[in-house]
Every structure is written in C-alpha cells, then in structure tokens.
Design a protein. Structure first.
Length: 118
C-alpha cells in the first residue's frame, strides 16, 4: 500500500517558521515530481509548490515564493517544505502529493494542519 504521511504541522506565531515532512512508503518516488498543496478553511485547495525528481527544479505559487522552500531526500523517500516568515493567511491543511500522471497527482497524503496566529 502506497502512503504519503505528512508531519511537522502545528501552531506558530506570525513571522515564525515550520518545516513539514512527507514520508513515502510502499513505492519509491525517486523518479517522480513531488509537491505540496494546501486548503484553508472555506477555500478551495491550492497549489503551493513542486520539486523535480532530482531536486534540481522547483516551482512555487506566487503567494509563497521567497518564503517557502521544497527539498527532498530520495534516499529517505521524503520531501520537505520549509516555511519561513509565516503569515496568518498561510493557515491551512497542507497536503503532500506525488507522481504526476495524465494531468493529476496519483498520490495524496492525509494532510497536516498548520495554524499561524497573529
């Protein structure tokens, strides 16, 4: 069974930092693009960013660019989301995704809550 399990969420004050981890199991994702999405209360799920299979290419939403960094460790089958200068608008459930096929990501984690207080 393939699983993506996020961890590292929590409550942080505005201006603070958090690092989320996404540990994959059941298959290797070393050849796949991985990424993060988020969903705030009452809003649609939105794209946060992606990282290429070898980690050399990243892509970010404009709202997080310059504050968030995605990295990966293929030996550990794990992807990370480093979030700095957090804002209350970053409050959301953050989802890890993997294996982009035919216009969608095949695998999604269950999400981890990030709450940023003002």
């Amino acid at each position: 069974q393939v699983q993506l399990v996020e961890s590292g969420g929590g409550l942080v004050q505005a201006g603070g930092s958090l690092t989320l981890s996404c540990a994959a199991s059941g298959r290797t994702f070393s050849g796949d693009t991985m990424g993060w999405f988020r969903q705030a209360p009452g809003k649609e799920r939105e794209f946060v960013g992606t990282i290429s299979w070898n980690g050399r290419s990243t892509n970010y939403a404009g709202s997080v660019k310059g504050r968030f960094t995605i990295s990966r460790d293929n030996a550990k089958n794990t992807v990370y989301l480093q979030m700095n200068s957090l804002k209350p608008d970053d409050t959301a459930v953050y989802y890890c995704v993997g294996a982009y096929r035919r216009g969608r990501y095949e695998y999604w984690g269950q999400g981890t809550q990030v709450t940023v207080s003002s």
